[in-house]
Design a protein. Structure first.
Length: 180
């Protein structure tokens, strides 16, 4: 009879009442809230489509974009609303900053304040039909933005400088594909 009493005393509580299970669920829920907070306010994933940023980005690349951007620099790859239709989003590279004077000669060389800039990210294979640009000075809230594949890029050469309020993110890194 004492064996039966011992068996009754070893009944385990249901899984949801066990301490380790509640702790794991709590940690998991906190983790989900943190992840959603990061994705909503700090960064979000973007799938790049097109070829205007070849060879830096390729069609289908998955990118992590930083949403809150305090400082923008020349060379940053940014995400912005297309100035002529803000329902569309573009990804291009910042070439000239507010207040700078930009010009592009017939060979495609870019000049900022009369000094040629080096652009190692531009592939000659994607820059065979350069378009010149007369000297233009940017306003205090404007950026001159271009794609790396200049022959196929719809950029500031076509639609003009981009106002700061249209730029809403900066590419932090490519997370897919892992290697190229």
């Amino acid at each position: 009879m004492s064996e039966l009493a011992t068996d009754v005393g070893t009944v385990k509580p249901p899984l949801w009442r066990r301490g380790w299970f509640l702790a794991a669920m709590s940690i998991g829920l906190v983790g989900l809230f943190v992840l959603f907070g990061i994705l909503a306010f700090i960064a979000h994933p973007v799938k790049y489509q097109g070829n205007s940023m070849e060879p830096a980005l390729r069609d289908g690349d998955r990118l992590m974009v930083q949403r809150m951007v305090a400082e923008l620099k020349r060379g940053d790859i940014v995400v912005f609303y297309y100035p002529k239709d803000t329902s569309k989003h573009f990804i291009k590279r910042i070439i000239a900053l507010p207040g700078e004077t930009i010009s592009i000669d017939a060979s495609g060389a870019v000049y900022i304040d009369n000094s040629e800039i080096q652009e190692p990210y531009v592939s000659p294979a994607w820059n065979r039909s350069p378009r010149g640009l007369a000297r233009s000075t940017l306003a205090v809230d404007e950026y001159f933005i271009m794609g790396d594949a200049r022959d196929v890029s719809n950029d500031s050469r076509s639609f003009g400088p981009v106002k700061r309020n249209l730029i809403y993110g900066k590419v932090m890194w490519r997370y897919w594909p892992i290697t190229r």
